[in-house]
Design a protein around this ligand. Sequence first.
Ligand SMILES: NC(=O)c1ccc[n+]([C@@H]2O[C@H](COP(=O)([O-])OP(=O)(O)OC[C@H]3O[C@@H](n4cnc5c(N)ncnc54)[C@H](OP(=O)(O)O)[C@@H]3O)[C@@H](O)[C@H]2O)c1
Length: 249
Amino acid sequence: MKRLQNKTALITGGNSGIGFATAQDFIAEGATVIITGRTQASVDAAVKELGPQAKGIVLDVSDMNQIKALRDKLKALTPIVNTIFINAGIAKFSSIDQATEEHFDEQFNVNVKGAYFSIQQVLLLMPEGSTIVLNTSINAHIGMPNASVYSATKAAFLTLVRTLSAELLPRKIRVNAVSPGPVGTPLYNKLGVPQEQLAQLAEHIGNQVPIGRFGRPEEIAKIVTFFASDDSSFVVGAELIADGGMSTL
Ligand SMILES: NC(=O)c1ccc[n+]([C@@H]2O[C@H](COP(=O)([O-])OP(=O)(O)OC[C@H]3O[C@@H](n4cnc5c(N)ncnc54)[C@H](OP(=O)(O)O)[C@@H]3O)[C@@H](O)[C@H]2O)c1
């Protein structure tokens, strides 16, 4: 039997990058997948590519009204959700000297507040045996210049994974986290770095990865599938760092 047969999963930011690759892997493992994306067009395009086991919801997690509507939108598609992959996120770089209140609020709103209240909305639909997977980042562990706000948002997940694990264990819901190092996704085009500097930045980052390359979205997806499935039934409140050795070698 496939590892996620008869399971329904919600993936925030499932239209792109790691979220999309995870949707593909979940579907290959038998799940029905509901992805969220910020626009109807991006959701429709992803659902079309993912095929009949995929459904979509438009959700901008920076908007609390949209988050509050999430549970009802889900209920229109499914009675239960067995897994949530909290993946929607943004990364913006700035020195502390240049950082604005908007820079700070935008990232905390999307990455932390959006994640937190998305989980809150979905929890009531989650039966015993469900799983939650948080997508944090290697930035929660390393000191990368100009990434202070982004890194702090991801570090917040490291405590969340433990506190929610303790809180939700009586309901037999397991919470775990994956912390990717650099992964080749559209995220890098959205950093706010001028296009002409992107290749240089990518080379600079790539050189810091001992394995000698960026990760691939599907390599992270496999880890999420492990946490989402019963293969990880004894794993609670854990973090798996997948960074090509960047933080440890
Ligand atoms: N790539 C890496 O090197 C790396 C490393 C460590 C951790 N991560 C984390 O992995 C996650 C996925 O990123 P990715 O690399 O796969 O990049 P990505 O392709 O840009 O995916 C990010 C996803 O989040 C969505 N999103 C952004 N803002 C949102 C909002 N306000 N409301 C709802 N959805 C929103 C994006 O929607 P749009 O398509 O509309 O922008 C997209 O679907 C992020 O949380 C990121 O921090 C990435």
